[in-house]
Design a protein around this ligand. Structure first.
Ligand code: NAP
Length: 398
């Protein structure tokens, strides 16, 4: 019988055999990729005698057209009640109060981790010589930094007031014709993010966690993020992890926690990706880094993502690309980003067997050169298929 996922007493998800999972189909190409991804997820679950009771909820353009609200309260309530959900891409409303529906969902549910595993899938055309060397899991802080939305527009009374206030109280000279943004980075936000990254590394047998920051310039935000990370290792993880300075880079059988400046990290993930395993970083750095790394493995159109609060148990998994409106309804685009987000969700629910099988089936399909247009245009001898045909081929390989 279909039932809700709940949180157990030890802070572990309790997943029934037929969990109810709310989904947002998504705008634009959501009409194409959601049914495709769902068919593969259903087949993967069925292989192990499981079933998902999918429950559609509305957000984005479809929600606005049907209810007059871009993000109806019922949708947020459904994600709240059922803990875990998944969504396709959403149109960003132009004008109005909501800056981004994705950011709004993350903030309302306090989904403080943006989890982006980046690895190469056999056969995917990639721009670098050795894409297989990339196997990096990014924990991007999801609620603070400049994404907190604390900005005032140049020329407005608010900007004038803030600039005046800063001059009066701190002696800071800011040009009168400036827009101004605030970048909050807290102990709470940083430590819970880094805690999640270290726990993940421990549970998955990973070797290292790198704290990526821009602390050489932004000492009290980015630099503090690094400092609090090392503090946390000593406070909570000294039996399983050790900071670089406390072991001279030789951690023994513990997980090595090290740090790296953000700009050099963007070079080194290209030149020596093997040095990076799990990365924990602030919001904006994480945004740049996860897209750059996804491109490196050819996966910008197939990169998966999840937004998670490990304390409350809430998680919303999502395609990382947008709605690609020019292709909407053509049954053309690649459903893999949404599918792999569903795979991450299965893995998060403890359905690792089904998750692994879907990944293998996806790789087998790409190895047969059965691909959608985006890969076909980069591969010799590819057989270009429609979105739904690609999903059917993956199911066949399951
Ligand atoms: P986009 O929708 O991500 O599309 C940019 C390009 O990426 C497409 O033209 C296409 O490249 C490629 N692409 C996207 N999805 C693909 C797929 N499933 N398979 C293969 N290729 C894919 O970005 P956009 O055009 O800048 O944004 C469109 C709308 O989406 C905007 O309203 C934006 O705000 C919104 N958006 C939403 C999210 C989200 O919900 N997470 C994220 C980003 C943007 P080619 O043209 O080379 O074929």
């Amino acid at each position: 019988m279909a039932d809700k996922i709940t949180m157990g007493p030890q802070g572990q998800l309790q997943v029934p055999d037929e969990p109810i999972i709310p989904f947002v189909r998504g705008d634009g190409t959501g009409v194409d990729i959601w049914p495709a991804a769902q068919s593969v997820l259903d087949a993967g679950a069925a292989k192990y005698g499981r079933k998902v009771a999918w429950r559609e909820v509305l957000a984005g353009q479809k929600a606005f057209d049907e209810t007059g609200s871009w993000l109806p309260d019922e949708t947020i309530q459904a994600f709240r009640d059922h803990l875990i959900g998944i969504k396709g891409p959403l149109t960003t409303p132009v004008g109005g109060g909501i800056r981004s529906l994705n950011v709004a969902i993350r903030q309302i549910l306090d989904l403080y981790v943006c989890l982006r595993p980046v690895r190469w899938f056999q056969g995917v055309p990639a721009p670098v010589k050795d894409p297989a060397a990339v196997d990096i899991v990014i924990f991007r802080e999801n609620t603070e930094d400049i994404y907190a939305g604390l900005e005032v527009e140049e020329g407005t009374p608010e900007a004038k007031k803030l600039i005046g206030l800063l001059k009066e109280n701190f002696g800071w000279e800011i040009r009168a014709d400036s827009g101004v943004g605030i970048k909050p980075v807290s102990i709470t936000g940083s430590k819970r993010l880094i805690r999640a990254a270290i726990k993940y590394a421990v549970e998955r047998g990973r070797q290292s966690v790198t704290l990526v920051h821009k602390g050489n310039i932004q000492k009290f935000t980015e630099g503090a993020f690094m400092k609090w990370g090392y503090e946390l290792v000593k406070e909570e993880f000294s039996d399983v992890a050790v900071g670089w300075d406390d072991c001279g880079g030789k951690p023994g059988d513990r997980i090595l926690v090290k740090d790296n400046i953000a700009d050099i990290t963007l070079q080194q993930v290209l030149t020596r990706p093997g040095d990076f395993d799990v990365i924990a970083t602030t919001n904006l750095n994480g945004d740049y880094l996860s897209d750059a790394l996804a491109a490196q493995v050819g996966g910008i159109g197939i990169a998966p993502g999840g937004n998670i609060n490990y304390v409350t148990g809430h998680g919303v998994f999502e395609a990382t690309h947008g709605t690609a409106p020019k292709y909407a309804g053509q049954d053309k685009v690649n459903p893999s980003s949404l599918l792999l987000s569903g795979v991450m969700m299965f893995d998060h629910l403890g359905w690792k067997d089904a998750a692994d099988d879907i990944v293998k089936a996806l790789e087998a399909t790409i190895a047969e050169k059965i691909v959608t247009y985006d890969f076909a245009r980069q591969m010799d001898g590819a057989k270009e298929v429609k979105c739904s045909e690609f999903a059917a081929a993956v199911v066949e390989n399951l």
